[in-house]
Design a protein around this ligand. Structure first.
Ligand SMILES: [Zn+2]
Length: 132
């Protein structure tokens, strides 16, 4: 076993309580190579989808996921959410001036006359285009 894990993107550990058997699954940084240590020892080139299938298979066989951790994850999943949040501009109205319902951000809202980012009432559908 090499201790160099620069080729590994993420690893998952599973154990079976009945006999303490352990399985170690690695997803490599190429995004598709999957190496399985233990279990059926069945490697795959199916990427994260294959990992999910392997975990589901072994969980059905009595194993439990004990830990999973990123080794060289290019992008933690949490970044996607943060990017999404930041697309909402400042100046969101506290409530709809017509009916007082909460207002939500609607990117690329389309009406008969124009298209653009807008604030939309969740109640009466009052709307106002975001002005920069
Ligand atoms: Zn309203």
């Amino acid at each position: 076993m090499s201790t160099d894990d620069s080729h590994v993107q993420h690893t998952w550990n599973l154990t079976r309580a009945a006999d303490g058997d352990e399985i170690h699954i690695e997803l490599w940084t190429d995004g598709y190579s999957v190496r399985v240590d233990g279990g059926d020892g069945e490697d795959s080139e199916g990427g994260k989808t294959a990992v999910d299938e392997l975990i589901a298979k072994y969980e059905a066989a009595g194993y439990r996921q004990t830990r999973d951790y990123p080794v060289n994850d290019p992008q933690p999943a949490i970044d996607a959410d943060a990017a999404e949040e930041s697309t909402e501009p400042d100046g969101k109205p506290d409530a709809c001036p017509e009916c007082g319902s909460p207002v939500e951000f609607e990117p690329r809202y389309v009406t008969d006359v124009r298209e653009g980012d807008a604030w939309l009432c969740t109640g009466c559908r009052w709307g106002r285009f975001v002005t920069a």
